[in-house]
Write a protein that binds this ligand. Structure first.
Ligand SMILES: Nc1ncnc2c1ncn2[C@@H]1O[C@H](COP(=O)(O)OP(=O)(O)OP(=O)(O)O)[C@@H](O)[C@H]1O
Length: 505
């Protein structure tokens, strides 16, 4: 069986090398013709060796290329294949630009002349071709932007991204070769990261770093679009920070807890039913209120330090909480979530929510999220609904193939669009990361009161703040299905504003 497989592999390699040899020789027909004529002239003039050399140089070069590409594709791609292909893209664009612009409706023909938008800075790197186009008189950048998809199709690109440069210039970046079709697996996170996490790759092959600093993220995608990869990419990459006390993970999973239970040890707080979810949101809101009181007059942006972490709330299937749950739960959860979304960012409280159905009636607060990841969506209308009319044309999430789960478009808070694909987190890998980086025991969260409001260490968030005062626990914070104990609070004695335990900004 093995011998058969090896024989088949060798046959395929030889066949592909032969095909490349014939194709590349035929493609260089001008050189072939010129060398044929020059070689024959040299032979007639009795320069036999040089004559044969010139005559056969083109097929010999193609044969060398084909053999190299077949035997060692990696070095061939780096040294010769890649640079030749990129040169081809640049030349093709420059040569055919007037025709492409005309076909895409960007030229203006007058009785005297044909006005073509100016092209400049054509460059090719890796798998992308980037160039700038100047809108001609009477055209706007929106006209150029709406022609971007047609230009990409003319050039055989897989996808296109645009960037406004101002003063009538638009930059287009075409993905000429798809690198995202191959799924990738994550590596075990080792660094403590609280600002940004590496979730996968961008379309140009560079790592995809999702910035979480002071941002709320909405992830939208059909069932099977790969939302789980992003959920665990964020949770898993924050797990070392959570383990070190620099981040705290909160999870709401009202789909029976199926998703979050795989890696629940990473989380400090988990809710798997409706009442727990509301209580968890109330606790998280209390963290914000506590921090507001602590930071007032001291700092405007929160900086995490060990023991005073950022809080990241991951909500799997947001619509269950905000639309499909019991009416009172929906109302209470929506109110708390809106408060968290509007107030949390500056206080180190971030929300990442996942949803299948992005309609307004299911996710009423979607405008409060500052960045959106659109995975595979059902229709152009749904893409427009999620990303807005203008952006939808540049991030056609409804065109993502079902064979590419985890692929999507990130639309940043500045409107920047990136085509990305997340690494695939298997259940075993999630369990391994969770076992390696379990969340430390959860400190208690207290309701801010008039007295502790004055205390800089009273955000209810640090270990020192809860146990050291000898206050009775407000209640267990780890919220699990069905076993939350009722809230009990001892009367508190007034205390002096503390000077220690303040936030370290
Ligand atoms: N990044 C990825 N790379 C490759 N395959 C993936 C990736 N993410 C997910 N998959 C595949 O797609 C399947 C569905 O993924 P996942 O369960 O994450 O989708 P989902 O959007 O969470 O769906 P649902 O909303 O129904 O839970 C997975 O079982 C896996 O086989």
């Amino acid at each position: 069986m093995d011998a058969l497989r090896i024989a088949w592999g060798i046959t395929r390699t030889i066949a592909s090398a032969l095909w490349c040899f014939v194709w590349w020789t035929a493609q260089a027909w001008r050189w072939l013709l010129a060398c044929g004529i020059a070689g024959n002239v040299l032979l007639i003039l009795d320069h036999t060796t040089v004559g044969y050399l010139v005559l056969w140089c083109v097929p010999a070069f193609s044969l060398l290329r084909a053999t190299w590409a077949a035997v060692h594709p990696l070095s061939y791609e780096n040294v010769l294949g890649g640079p030749l292909r990129r040169r081809g893209w640049r030349r093709h664009l420059r040569k055919h630009w007037p025709k492409i612009a005309e076909r895409c409706g960007l030229t203006l023909t007058t009785p005297d002349a044909r006005v073509v938008p100016r092209l400049k800075r054509v460059r090719a790197d890796g798998n992308t071709l980037t160039f700038q186009v100047r809108a001609r008189l009477g055209h706007t950048l929106d006209d150029l932007t709406s022609a971007a998809e047609a230009i990409a199709t003319c050039l055989g690109a897989e996808a296109v991204e645009t960037r406004r440069l101002g003063a009538g210039w638009l930059e287009l970046t075409l993905t000429m070769r798809e690198l995202l079709h191959i799924p990738t697996l994550p590596t075990i996170p080792e660094t403590i990261e609280t600002g940004a996490v590496t979730l996968g790759r961008c379309s140009d092959g560079t790592p995809w770093r999702l910035d979480l600093t002071a941002r709320h993220t909405l992830v939208v995608g059909r069932s099977g679009a790969g939302k789980g990869s992003i959920f665990w990419g964020i949770a898993g990459n924050l797990a070392p920070a959570a383990h070190a006390g620099m981040a705290r993970l909160w999870g709401i999973d009202l789909k029976g807890g199926v998703e979050v239970s795989v890696g629940s040890p990473m989380f400090s707080h988990v809710a798997m039913n409706e009442p727990d979810a509301v209580r968890l949101l109330a606790d998280l809101h209390r963290v914000i209120v506590g921090r507001q009181q602590v930071m007032r007059g001291h700092a405007r942006m929160f900086t995490p330090v060990p023991g005073d972490p950022i809080h990241v709330l991951l909500i799997d299937e947001l619509a269950v909480l905000t639309a499909y749950a019991a009416k009172d739960v929906v109302n209470e959860a929506a109110t708390l979530l809106k408060l968290i979304l509007t107030q949390g960012r500056a206080f180190g409280v971030m929300v990442v929510a996942f949803v299948q159905d992005p309609r307004k009636e299911t996710v009423g607060m979607r405008d409060l999220f500052t960045q959106t990841i659109a995975l595979r969506l059902a229709s152009a209308a749904e893409t427009r609904m999620v990303l807005g009319d203008g952006t939808a044309a540049l991030a056609p999430a409804h065109h993502i193939a079902p064979t590419m789960p985890g692929a999507g478009y990130l639309v940043g808070d500045d409107g920047h669009i990136e085509r990305v694909r997340a690494d695939y987190w298997t259940d075993d890998f999630i369990r391994m990361v969770a076992a390696t980086y379990p969340a430390p025991p959860t400190p208690l969260i207290e309701s801010p009161t008039a007295e502790n409001a004055a205390s800089p260490g009273a955000d209810g968030d640090s270990d020192t703040n809860t146990a050291a005062d000898g206050d009775a626990p407000a209640r267990p914070v780890r919220t699990t299905s069905g076993n939350t104990t009722p809230r009990k609070r001892k009367p508190r004695t007034p205390r002096q504003p503390a000077t220690s335990g303040a936030r370290r900004d």
